[in-house]
Design a protein around this ligand. Structure first.
Ligand SMILES: [Mn+2]
Length: 235
């Protein structure tokens, strides 16, 4: 049986460490988790030249996170403690998200990818959870990210609930931003106890979930179920 091909977005750096010239990067477990659960990862450069051709043959899309924030003006806000931007990457991911939604290609947005999905659909972001005027959980956990750090309550009668069949799960947490106002046709399917939105899903699209934590670490059964269901729905 043909294995599905999952287009997966890369991070980018201008120079330093690996090369003095601009380079792409991705944490290995983004690719290994997909392979382990039965699909073929296909890393995507940030070029718009071939994006239409790529969207015609990939079976699923994973929009990943990275050490950057979406430029706040894209969602109509002034910068308040938003951090560094990667605008070429963001432009590419917006176009990829648009094509995925138009062509009904399954989409999994992880961390910054969830935020991108929300912004593309007209939503906004909390620019810095630590700047909120109430005490929140530590969403940039200090323990290793292959361990969980906080609980997420799953909303019943959502797609996410139908995938994992649990009303609360433990997740890792490596974000300082989060979904604020929801994008069009998105609903909340998971929240932490401090009220931070931890996951969203599209109400019309075939399979489109945004997850604020990192299921690619495959720490819990729920992480495995999410990626497995995503891959299953790309066939
Ligand atoms: Mn969190």
């Amino acid at each position: 049986m043909k294995k599905p091909i999952i287009g997966i977005t890369l991070d980018s750096e201008e120079s330093g460490h690996y090369s003095k010239f601009p380079w792409y990067a991705i944490r290995q477990n983004y690719l290994h988790s997909i392979e382990e659960l039965g699909a073929i990862p296909f890393p995507l450069s940030h070029s718009l030249n071939s994006i239409n051709d790529i969207a015609s043959f990939i079976d699923g899309i994973i929009i990943t996170g990275g050490n950057f924030d979406i430029k706040p003006s894209i969602y109509g806000k002034k910068n308040i403690n938003s951090r560094n931007e990667k605008n070429i990457r963001t432009a590419f991911e917006i176009q990829l998200c648009k094509l995925g939604l138009e062509k009904n290609i399954p989409i999994l947005g992880i961390c910054g990818g969830e935020q991108l999905l929300n912004v593309y659909l007209g939503g906004t972001l909390i620019q810095d959870i630590n700047s909120l005027n109430y005490k929140t959980l530590d969403h940039e956990q200090s323990n290793p990210r292959n361990e969980t750090s906080h609980e997420v309550f799953i909303v019943s009668q959502t797609k996410l609930h139908s995938i994992i069949h649990q009303s609360s799960i433990m997740v890792n947490s490596a974000h300082h931003q989060a979904v604020d106002k929801l994008g069009k046709n998105l609903i909340i399917n998971g929240k932490s106890k401090d009220g931070i939105i931890e996951s969203v899903e599209h109400i019309n699209h075939k399979w489109c979930l945004g997850i604020q934590w990192h299921p690619e670490f495959l720490i819990t059964e729920a992480d495995k179920l999410i990626i497995t269901d995503f891959i299953k729905n790309t066939l």
